[in-house]
Write a protein that binds this ligand. Structure first.
Ligand SMILES: [Zn+2]
Length: 452
């Protein structure tokens, strides 16, 4: 009996010790508690209406309904009742034009708007790759960045003014190795629009780029506009596509096509190969969005991040009228609807549809454009929750982790990247623009200091 008591006592003491041990370790790791917001974690789970989020060492230490989370004594606590929290936004398609200082400002504009992760996809000269790698490594005033360096085209083809226009598989492999040596994460190829000779990048060169990318630990990505190219690339080992197989660029752009729906074969191949297809609705629709909604240009902050030439154009009532009154305006809209239907079809088929914008092109303002793309996803037929997932967890799932840290959802262990919103985006997706604060890797972003 005595020995049993002793055993019980020992177990009891051990329990106390182990309990107090874990309490101490939680205390040490938690710097901040966010208390009371509606929390949308990015996984697609129902929102937690009255949540507690414990943050420390740049990551999420615990998250759950208020009654389930004990806040360690002495923790700094911020009451966010009435607010909504979503994960930091992930934009998989941006370009950074101009000098390096302009690219730096563009990255800051994105972070101002809560884009905490961005992928620069094919227009980075080596000096811009260096900037992207600084952002990748954790510069606090820039979003987490990934880069594809300079993309691949074919002589005379789309974006062929960039240097990577190999004409043999050997040259292609050499070009990929040069990009890899710079430290890029992706390779990008433009398999869209033919050159004057009627050629796109030939299949054997595409295959060499894909194979050499994978050998060097890089992820190959392609801009495509035809399903046959998508199938060839899938069979060659690629599973990352941009834009759509509904023609939207080059000759014929803006005209509805006869067969916009993807074939079952393409959908099946995509699913079998865990393919992601990142459309860029903004680059199409923004060509008339500001002509139809000029009041948006009253927003001083939007004006400050807008391409100056495009802003001038859309500020001119005559230019706006010329866009809206053009003979083919309804056709352009019908063609765009086909692209939105394409997005919804892929989504319904179970294919991963992350979010990308082509931000940095003149009509797609950095940062603001990512929020507008969310709205275009909802217009395409996704729910606000599904659109938020596209712009957070799904986008992040196509990016390699940075060190040991993952990001893209507000779940335990993830990087504490988040937006505090003043309004609920599940009621109206435009509410993602009602930003109160942005956090990156557990630190509040000084948003005002980021604007130009
Ligand atoms: Zn692009």
């Amino acid at each position: 009996m005595k020995s049993l008591n002793r055993l019980c006592l020992c177990v009891f003491i051990c329990l106390i010790i182990s309990c107090s041990d874990s309490a101490v370790s939680v205390n040490e790791n938690v710097d901040l508690a966010l208390v009371g917001p509606r929390l949308i974690d990015g996984t697609g789970n129902d929102p937690i209406q009255d949540s507690v989020l414990l943050i420390g060492q740049g990551t999420i230490q615990a998250v759950g309904p208020r009654q389930s989370i004990e806040i360690p004594e002495g923790t700094e606590t911020i009451n966010l009742s009435g607010k909504t929290i979503i994960p930091g936004l992930v934009d998989l398609h941006a370009h950074y034009g101009g000098p390096v200082t302009a690219s730096e400002q563009a990255l800051k504009n994105q972070l101002y708007y809560g884009v905490t992760t961005t992928r620069s996809i094919g227009s980075d000269t080596p000096d811009k790759v260096s900037l992207m790698l600084e952002a990748h490594a954790g510069r606090p005033d820039l979003p987490r960045a990934f880069t594809a360096g300079l993309g691949f085209s074919y002589p005379g083809g789309f974006n062929s003014s960039f240097p990577n226009t190999p004409t043999t598989p050997e040259e292609a492999r050499e070009n990929v190795r040069e990009q890899a040596a710079l430290g890029v994460h992706f390779t990008k190829m433009w398999v869209n629009e033919v050159n004057e000779a009627g050629l796109k990048i030939p299949a054997e060169i595409r295959s060499a780029i894909i194979d050499e990318s994978i050998r060097n630990g890089l992820i190959p990505v392609a801009h495509i506009d035809e399903e046959a190219d998508g199938i060839q690339l899938l069979e060659a080992g690629m599973n990352e596509f941009l834009h759509s197989t509904v023609l939207t660029f080059g000759p014929g752009a803006g005209t509805p096509v006869d067969n916009p729906a993807p074939s079952q074969r393409f959908l099946d191949l995509c699913l079998q190969n865990d393919c992601a297809f990142t459309p860029t609705l903004s680059i199409i629709q923004n060509n008339w969005h500001f002509a139809e909604n000029p009041e948006l240009l009253d927003d001083e902050i939007l004006r400050s991040v807008f391409n100056a030439n495009a802003l001038d154009r859309y500020s001119d009532p005559e230019v706006r009228a010329s866009i809206i009154e053009a003979d083919n305006f309804q056709e352009r809209k019908a063609a765009f609807r086909q692209v939105q239907d394409f997005v919804k079809t892929l989504f319904d088929a179970g294919i991963k549809v992350p979010l990308g914008t082509d931000s940095g092109t003149p009509s797609v303002p950095m940062g603001w454009g990512t929020h507008h793309e969310l709205e275009l996803y909802v217009e395409a037929g996704l729910t606000p929750m599904e659109a938020i997932m596209a712009a957070t967890s799904i986008g992040a799932s196509r990016l390699p982790p940075v060190g040991a840290v993952e990001f893209g959802t507000l779940t335990k262990g993830m990087s504490a990247d988040l937006l505090v919103l003043d309004a609920n985006p599940l009621i109206n997706i435009r509410n993602t623009l009602q930003i109160d604060q942005v956090m990156l890797r557990g630190s509040w972003v000084n948003r005002e200091s980021l604007l130009p």
